[in-house]
Design a protein around this ligand. Sequence first.
Ligand SMILES: NC(=O)c1ccc[n+]([C@@H]2O[C@H](COP(=O)([O-])OP(=O)(O)OC[C@H]3O[C@@H](n4cnc5c(N)ncnc54)[C@H](OP(=O)(O)O)[C@@H]3O)[C@@H](O)[C@H]2O)c1
Length: 373
Amino acid sequence: MALRGAWTQGRGLLLLLRLQARGCQRGQWTRALATSAGARGRCEALVYRKHGEPLDVIHLENVKLSQLGDFDIRIQMLAAPINPSDINMMQGTYPILPDLPAIGGNEGVGRILEVGSKVTNMKPGDWVIPSGTGLGTWRIEAVSNMNTFIKVPKVIPLLCAATLSVNPCTAYRMLYDFESLKPGDSVIQNAANSGVGQATIQIAKAMSLKTINVIRDRPDIQELSDRLKAMGADYVITEEALRKPEMKELFKVVPRPRLALNGVGGKSATEMLQHLEKGGTIVTYGGMAKKPVTVPVSTLIFKDVKIRGFWVTQWKREHGQDLLQEMISQLCGFIQEGKLEAPICTEVQFQDYQTALKATTTPYTSSKQILIM
Ligand SMILES: NC(=O)c1ccc[n+]([C@@H]2O[C@H](COP(=O)([O-])OP(=O)(O)OC[C@H]3O[C@@H](n4cnc5c(N)ncnc54)[C@H](OP(=O)(O)O)[C@@H]3O)[C@@H](O)[C@H]2O)c1
């Protein structure tokens, strides 16, 4: 397998060099490579055969593509992000794990190259995103059932499409499903510079809500704060400021939040809780600090706050394709109206995946790494 992989990679390189000699641009090369890969029934993919630290376990391999069935589509992946859950899956610590060997990545956007004979609502050239987890998006091509994808308009920017199916959906559901918020209400969130956090800022703005955004302190804090404010953040504060009595001043100009979104856990979550409005809700969706959420007894007794959790994968399983399509259409509408843009991103060529993985696991990177195929 390894030898065959090296041989086909060698042929791919040869093809690239030939195309380069003919003066082709990189986009043209990858298209030509993808077409030739599909014709051979194989393609390049980032595969892990055991669990462990991503850089130790993931390798570029040449994998076999499934035969195109009647209800299948064949796509060329265009771009795919690296999310924390992808890292946890490779580490073997995520609640759902694909069988090994597995291809990394769960999100991204692809262009349809070919459709099966019974596929009616999709055609070559359309853009699609995965409807659930487990596709393995870090690859040049994929063949899968049409129901494992959702169509998105080609007019939206590539990076928006590549990062649409997980974080904006999570932010959208958390803002709509836990509290009935009305214009002028406020929401507090930690990890505000994360993909989920940036989507929350923008969707909340579109809903005329005020956001209080908590980030970790860092040398370039002003620059980050300015970027989040340019996206629509009303207030950006550090985790340290969250603990200070001056927070009372903030609540003279903005109502106390009825909703807190927690992607961190530990002290950060406990401190957000203290600022919730009586009867408000804290929704935990991530645990970046790897520390449990501690709820002070007084917050439960005297404020009767609701402690909830959210997992977008479960939401998709329970609500089906039609409601997912409805939400995606709404989010694409926000994108087209200029209300939702992609998170701060770094585009990394697919073959440079190790650089992207290193950046993803480095604290304070503040930029989503997107593999460009
Ligand atoms: N439940 C769901 O359905 C769902 C859906 C999407 C995402 N998630 C989860 O949400 C979290 C964020 O995902 P994402 O894709 O938005 O992340 P991301 O864009 O990769 O950003 C990671 C965020 O985590 C922060 N962070 C990292 N280590 C931290 C620590 N020790 N303490 C505090 N903050 C820390 C980073 O802040 P710095 O810049 O300060 O490093 C950054 O804000 C992840 O846990 C992910 O698995 C859950």
